[in-house]
Write a protein that binds this ligand. Structure first.
Ligand code: NAD
Length: 428
């Protein structure tokens, strides 16, 4: 999304090819895993509030389901493309495999901008998306979830439409539902907290005291907010966040050297993660160019907005003080930026490991929905911490043992697991 010249799918495939070489995968395995198993493209007719009918383009991609039903979010974005959805579906396969949950990789999207749609129009898009796909998704096939610009309300409309079509109550169809309506406590925090659980482990391995660190964030939506919340709770000092300004159609960095208070900043942030500039100024924030977050003299960078944000051109501007990059977003870093990180000796927690907390908690939500028995928030977060910490440890050990870059080590684990699952099923 965003940059027309950037192709997330090509990037995901080039990351895959590099590790397929390391693993000496045979040709059929490469062919099977470097492309999705299935994809659906469809049109969603929607009655708009002004009486007109508008056609929205929708997608669902199921990259691999050798381990279980496909799992992945649905994005609403005006610049959504099928190649972005393909890349994200592929990353979901690796994400589920790296944390060892019995699910495959999927992703969906609709080309639309919720900023310009009423709630009723958004509901119609959600119901239309499900009507187009009702036979191809479901608790035992493919389980959607929220993602960029979709939320619990969207998921509930989708569940309701699915149940209208199929009959009965099927809460396992979708995750990210509201708490009290089949949702799991802790799901809202899960991705951001998961990023920080892995960051905490990375600090320990690198002999860094998290309470003595400073960090810069890109994004202040679901992932960044909760990452910042837990990071500051552990004693870290967040000095800036960059976020998108819908009115000005550009991003700004909100910087305060004395540190960011999560509750205070959250109060002046809209539901899309956009920050009120006037209120931020009153709270003592400097409002700078949106790209400046990456140049800060901090110990930690947390890109948690969109893909293709850390590239060769701006990675060279990363300060020498930066020791760790924890990727909250999916695909924030391009392969040429990876080379720069390696030259600078920056420790990277790759996206599909760092942000796997969301899908792990979605899996917990399915388990709880199926049992119709729900855990406390503490239980959910403790289980999540254990899974994230164990996955980090496995990737770290693989990286050290085989002298691999952390991203490659994570890929080695995931691709080997999925390739074996396909072979064990007799697909290869
Ligand atoms: P969100 O829509 O809640 O927030 C996105 C944030 O990024 C907003 O604050 C927005 O202002 C900001 N932003 C957008 N474009 C920007 C730009 N050009 N410069 C600076 N800021 C910009 O989305 P989210 O759910 O927080 O997801 C963020 C990333 O994390 C995405 O890559 C998503 O795929 C990934 N992710 C999300 C989850 C989840 O559970 N929400 C799970 C795994 C991965």
């Amino acid at each position: 999304m965003g940059d027309k010249n950037f192709n997330a799918y090509q990037m995901a495939q080039s990351q895959f090819d590099k590790v397929a070489d390391i693993l000496s995968l045979d040709e059929p395995t490469r062919q099977l895993l470097r492309e999705p198993l299935r994809e659906y493209h469809f049109s969603i007719p929607v009655k708009m509030d002004d009486g007109t009918t508008k056609i929205f383009k929708g997608f669902r991609v199921q990259h691999n389901d050798a381990f279980g039903p496909s799992k992945g979010g649905i994005r609403f974005h005006p610049m959504e493309t099928i190649d972005t959805v393909r890349a994200l579906a592929m990353w979901m396969t690796w994400k589920c495999a790296v944390v060892g949950i019995p699910l495959g990789g999927g992703k969906g999207g609709v080309i639309c901008d919720p900023h310009n749609l009423s709630m009723r129009e958004q509901e119609n898009i959600c119901r239309g998306w499900v009507r187009q796909l009702a036979k191809n998704v479901g608790p035992i096939n493919d389980v959607p979830a929220p993602d960029v610009m979709t939320n619990a309300q969207h998921m509930l409309w989708m569940l309701d439409e699915f149940e209208v079509i199929h009959g009965g109550k099927q809460p396992g169809f979708i995750t990210g539902k509201p708490v009290g309506m089949g949702g799991s406590l802790g799901r809202t925090e899960a991705t951001g907290f998961g990023v920080i659980y892995t960051l905490r482990e990375a600090c320990i391995k690198n002999k860094i005291k998290i309470e003595e660190t400073t960090a810069a964030f890109q994004g202040f939506g679901n992932v960044a907010q909760h990452a910042l919340q837990l990071y500051t709770k552990l004693g870290g000092k967040a000095i800036c966040v960059s976020s998108w300004d819908q009115k000005d159609q550009t991003s700004y960095t909100f910087k305060r050297d004395s540190g960011i208070n999560y509750d205070e900043l959250k109060k002046i942030t809209d539901k899309f993660g956009g920050i009120d500039k006037t209120e931020a100024k009153k709270l003592g924030y400097e409002i700078l160019d949106g790209d400046i977050w990456i140049e800060q003299k901090v110990d930690i960078l947390i890109p948690a907005a969109l893909e293709n944000q850390v590239r060769g051109d701006n990675a060279v501007k990363i300060a020498d003080t930066v020791k760790i990059i924890a990727e909250g977003a999916n695909g924030p870093t391009t392969p040429d930026a990876d080379k720069i990180f390696q030259e600078k000796g920056i420790f990277v927690i790759p996206d599909f490991l760092a942000n796997a907390g969301g899908v792990t908690c979605s899996y917990f939500e399915q388990v709880q929905s199926n049992m119709n028995y729900f855990w406390t928030k503490e239980e959910v977060l403790t289980k999540l911490d254990n899974i994230m910490s164990d996955a980090f440890e496995a990737v770290y050990n693989t990286a050290v043992k085989n002298k691999l870059y952390m991203r490659d080590a994570a890929y080695v684990i995931s691709i080997s697991k999925v390739a074996h699952a396909c072979k064990d099923r007799g697909w290869l």
